[in-house]
Design a protein around this ligand. Structure first.
Ligand code: FAD
Length: 491
């Protein structure tokens, strides 16, 4: 009989354990206390991982062996023979699995099953490039997987509906769309909670009800609810933030996707059907498909392509350590509504949607020159969907420009005016987005000029940011703003 299949905690879906090649194998799941302690991240992430693994063992019944142990190697040594394993999702785990193969504990290393495009194919595409733009990759993916294509042309005649997908939030306090799918906790969750309490580990964040899907059935239900009731409004409001509506029209699928409970192409096809057959607007469906088939795959492949040293890139010489309030998710110590709200979301749920990550947390860190490697570790630890593979390119590249522009054409930051336009936070805030000087000067507005001043050479040399520098040079109070921001300790 074939070697049993050892599944990591982020390889839990039926397209893996019950694929044609794997259907005849027994399954081994190992709950390693050393791995749990090593992670030490958000309490709710630990819950999701353990709950997902234990639910799968329960679902597979006699086919699965669920083993609790200290380290993976010790557990594997006790098994009667070697196991097969799919390529894991981090560089460290990848090297580890290869060592296990050398030691005879792993007999087969199967390809990674969690992404649509195989790694060799990406390398072939990437070979000719020195810098990488998502849009080029995404068009290639659309063609390659024949998604939203009519022949060799994009459906609707254009690849990109971003211009239709930038609506500010409506004036009311919530978006008012149908609720997302929410899990109902069961006895397995209760046991996980008891076990995590007993571990007494140094978690970040607070515990709370489980908010994300951890079984294949739950993931399908979450996907269905999203496609049927929420996809239509995903596009227009994907760039907006609402203080009283943390989910807005986002899919909340990053956790089940990153646990590999869903095959990404199934998700993409469901969105494509919704626009082709069920009248969902093309702009919304395309916007969502772009996230999965474009961004998610792009980030994954670049993690491998850029190599191990990438996380240490620091082109902007950003060396500020994360302040204690940021590190400890102390949202109550923060005055700016947008920043406080984003931090409390991380503390209370380990999740905020894309725009608070990029436009608030990331932009703040960029303006203040936080160390990008430390920031990457912070994001990885504190987000329930954060894994080794997903953070370096999102944080070092996309949000901090610390790679000097390998995957984004300019540093991403904005002043308070943009946050004011795209969120409903500023009305309730003690800071004034229009002010750059004085006690009520918005830290993002003043921070924007502080950042521009510090990097004027780099920004002035880039056609996309040149004007930012000339605008700065017209500010009569620039010196006072810079001095104020150098000593700012109230955010
Ligand atoms: P939706 O807004 O509904 O988007 C659909 C899906 O697209 C997501 O579930 C996700 O799988 C995928 N996706 C979109 N953009 C990205 C991206 N840039 N990278 C990877 N997947 C993407 N995503 C993670 O999965 N894990 C992370 O740890 C993570 N950290 C991030 C850190 C920063 C600084 C930034 C700017 C982005 C990060 N993202 C991360 C991407 C994105 O913010 C989240 O995937 C998204 O907010 C998850 O919520 P959702 O499932 O409702 O997503």
């Amino acid at each position: 009989s074939p070697a049993p299949l050892w599944l990591f905690a982020d390889q839990l879906g039926p397209h893996i354990h019950s694929s044609e090649d794997n259907a005849g194998r027994d399954v081994v799941l190992i709950e390693s206390s050393a791995a749990i302690h090593r992670r030490n991240g958000h309490r709710q992430k630990a819950h999701l991982l353990l709950s997902g693994m234990r639910h799968l063992a329960d679902e597979l019944g006699d086919r699965a062996q669920y083993i609790r142990g200290v380290g993976y190697r010790d557990v594997l040594r006790e098994l009667p023979g070697p196991v097969a394993v799919h390529e894991p999702t981090s560089r460290a785990a990848h090297a580890f699995v290869h060592r296990l193969a050398n030691e005879g504990l792993v007999s087969e290393i199967l390809p990674n099953p969690s992404f649509a495009l195989p790694r060799e194919d990406f390398e072939q595409w990437a070979g000719a490039h020195t810098s990488f733009r998502m849009e080029t990759f995404y068009r290639q993916q659309r063609t390659r997987f024949d998604v939203l294509m009519d022949g060799d042309q994009p459906t609707g005649g254009t690849w990109n509906y971003d211009h239709e997908n930038r609506k500010p939030p409506p004036k009311r306090r919530t978006l008012g769309v149908d609720k997302p799918w929410w899990p109902i906790e069961d006895a397995i969750d209760e046991q996980v909670r008891t076990d995590l309490d007993a571990l007494n580990a140094d978690w970040s964040g607070v515990d709370g009800p489980r908010l994300f899907a951890v079984t294949a059935e739950e993931a399908q239900a979450a996907l269905r609810t999203f496609i049927d009731h929420r996809l239509e409004t995903f596009g227009p409001y994907e760039d907006a933030i609402m203080g009283d509506d943390w989910t807005m029209s986002h899919s909340l699928l990053s956790v089940p996707l990153n646990l590999s409970l869903l095959d990404p192409l199934d998700v993409v096809h469901a969105a494509e059907r919704a626009t082709r057959e069920d009248g969902v607007s093309l702009a919304s469906a395309e916007g969502f498909i772009r996230q999965i088939l474009g961004w998610r795959e792009f980030i994954w492949h670049l993690y491998w392509h850029f190599g191990a040293d990438y996380t240490a890139s620091n082109e902007l010489d950003a060396t500020e350590p994360l302040p204690d309030w940021f590190r400890h998710l102390d949202a109550d110590a923060v005055t700016a509504r947008c920043l406080s709200d984003a931090l409390s979301g991380v503390r209370d749920r380990g999740w905020v949607h894309h725009i608070p990550r990029l436009m608030v947390l990331g932009s703040h860190a960029l303006q203040r020159g936080y160390d990008p490697a430390e920031l990457t570790a912070w994001f990885t630890a504190n987000f329930v969907d954060g894994y080794e593979w997903v953070m370096p390119v999102n944080v070092v590249g996309m949000s901090q420009h610390a790679d000097g522009g390998l995957m984004a054409s300019k540093p991403y930051t904005s002043g308070g005016a943009y946050i004011n336009k795209m969120s409903d936070h500023c009305g309730d805030c003690e800071f004034d987005p229009k002010k750059r000087l004085g006690d009520d000067a918005c830290p993002f507005t003043a921070g924007y000029w502080f950042f521009t001043h510090k990097h004027q050479k780099l920004l002035g040399d880039n056609v996309r940011t040149r004007r930012q520098v000339s605008n700065m040079n017209r500010l009569s109070d620039l010196d006072a703003v810079i001095e104020q921001e150098r000593d700012r300790d109230r955010f």
